[in-house]
Design a protein around this ligand. Structure first.
Ligand code: NAP
Length: 234
């Protein structure tokens, strides 16, 4: 897809992968609608921030109404990026943290996707990217709740790419390993470091996927750091 003048919706834009995605999409000439609780610093005239907590179906519905008005009824790209993780032994995981992860990582993705799909079907054109995680491919001790939500992202994506491909809508599910962002603020053991993936590189991979020819559909993108714990000394 040629990205110039395309309309992109990105959720979770205040920092990390979402901020990098917005900056790169804007550099390609997209009109970008950022949906989030907080914004990043951006003066680009093609950027529109719509305050949205993706856990709220009403806020998402209202955001999409604004987008449809401002973008003349078009949405070419949806990137379901907003997400968060809490960690700990299963018997100690607070209910509120479990709920926050499901509402953000899974419900938020569904609330946005269900509104973008009719527009994309009408256009016979579109690309949805869901950001899962390698936690959506394998189980991990003390990560049960987050892993469960990202397996749900995988199941959702695996279903809808088959449902939407004949309408010329691509669905790509992205599975990054550790990325150096604020994501680990709730982790007792892991702190961001320079051997993790960089958010701008993960965003760049998605830009590449968005730019592929119409008949070239990358369904799953798994990406991991090469030396996650630093160079081997022996
Ligand atoms: N970092 C990693 O190692 C890693 C690996 C694999 C996958 N991922 C996934 O990548 C995505 C981006 O994470 P990141 O690493 O960039 O983490 P991050 O720096 O913590 O950014 C997460 C973004 O999501 C937003 N967000 C959270 N809850 C939200 C809500 N209810 N409504 C709207 N926006 C919300 C945050 O905004 P505010 O909190 O400011 O509202 C923030 O902009 C997530 O889905 C995460 O699960 C991350």
């Amino acid at each position: 897809m040629e990205l110039k003048n395309k309309v992109a919706v990105v959720t979770g834009v205040s920092k990390g992968i979402g901020e990098s995605l917005c900056r790169q999409l804007l550099a390609e000439g997209c009109t970008v609608f950022g949906l989030g609780r907080n914004n990043f610093d951006c003066q680009d005239a093609n950027y529109h921030f719509i305050p949205t907590d993706v856990r709220s179906v009403n806020e998402v519905d209202n955001a999409f109404k604004v987008i449809m008005e401002k973008a003349n009824g078009h949405i070419h790209i949806l990137i379901n990026n907003a997400g968060l993780g809490f960690f700990g032994n299963v018997e100690e995981l607070p209910l509120d943290e479990w709920d926050q992860m499901w509402q953000t990582n899974v419900n938020g993705m569904f609330y946005c996707t269900r509104l973008a799909v009719p527009v994309m079907k009408q256009q016979q054109y579109g690309h949805i990217i869901n950001i899962a995680s390698t936690a959506g491919l394998e189980g991990m001790p003390m990560v049960s709740g987050y892993c469960a939500t990202k397996w749900a992202v995988k199941g959702f994506s695996e279903s809808i790419w088959r449902e939407l491909r004949d309408f010329k809508i691509k669905v790509t599910c992205v599975y990054p390993g550790s990325v150096k962002t604020d994501f680990f603020r709730n982790s007792p053991n892991i702190k961001p470091h320079d051997y993790m993936l960089m958010p701008e590189d993960v965003a760049g991979m998605m830009l590449y996927a968005l730019k592929t020819p119409d008949n070239f559909h990358q369904v799953n993108l798994e990406v991991r750091p090469l030396q996650p714990k630093g160079p081997k000394t022996s």
